[in-house]
Design a protein around this ligand. Structure first.
Ligand SMILES: CC(C)(COP(=O)(O)OP(=O)(O)OC[C@H]1O[C@@H](n2cnc3c(N)ncnc32)[C@H](O)[C@@H]1OP(=O)(O)O)[C@@H](O)C(=O)NCCC(=O)NCCS
Length: 170
């Protein structure tokens, strides 16, 4: 019975967005990852944004895009270098309505524009299906230590060859 959302817009990150992006980051982890990670793991992961200055430096050092609805940020994604998705987080209130896809598609185009032949992401377990649906293929399982907790993720890769090849003549 949910109402259709207006189409989200995309814009580049600005320094003053940092607090709201930190809040989206924490809310997405707390509310969307509980089936795959325990509370201690979620807290350790979410606390990465507690130091807003450091989090802002990370956002600014990457190509960070923000999805907005009625001018309010509802999600963000960050491209590291030419070929790595470092972050993709959508506010739980708008999840499942295409915001993540829109952000991911934009990063794929930007990566192609930077000359990348493929795009890689260390996908959290809850995001595996999202990335699989977009054509990313699992390459390896990892276990990473974040603030004293061990979390599993999967390195996934998508070839950008199709996206950068010329379209059909007609
Ligand atoms: C993963 C995430 C970014 C997806 O954002 P979203 O806006 O809900 O994604 P979309 O609405 O564009 O979904 C696209 C497709 O993926 C599917 N999908 C999205 N999240 C899914 C999930 N957790 N499990 C299964 N399928 C999922 C959708 O159903 C949709 O399928 P469809 O095209 O067949 O309808 C969001 O759930 C999130 O922020 N998760 C927590 C943070 C996180 O783990 N980020 C990834 C770090 S690598």
């Amino acid at each position: 019975m949910g109402q259709a959302l207006p189409k989200p817009a995309l814009r580049p990150y600005l320094a003053e967005d940092t607090p709201v992006l930190a809040a989206i980051f924490a809310a997405a982890i707390e509310e969307l990852t509980g089936d795959d990670y325990n509370e201690a793991q979620q807290q350790a992961w979410a606390s990465v944004a507690d130091d807003e200055e450091q989090f802002g430096r990370r956002l600014a050092s990457e190509l960070t895009l923000i999805a907005t609805l009625r001018n309010s940020p509802v999600g963000f994604a960050a491209l590291k270098g030419a070929d790595q998705i470092d972050m993709l987080y959508v506010h739980p209130g708008v999840v499942g309505q295409g915001v993540g896809s829109m952000l991911c598609e934009a990063l794929e185009k930007l990566a192609g524009g930077r000359g990348a032949k493929s795009l890689t992401v260390d996908a959290s377990d809850n995001a595996l299906e999202f990335f699989s649906k977009r054509g990313y293929v699992a390459k390896q399982r990892n276990t990473v230590s974040i603030n004293g907790e061990w979390l599993a993720n999967t390195t996934m890769q998508k070839s950008l060859a199709d996206a950068t090849s010329p379209g059909d003549p007609q």
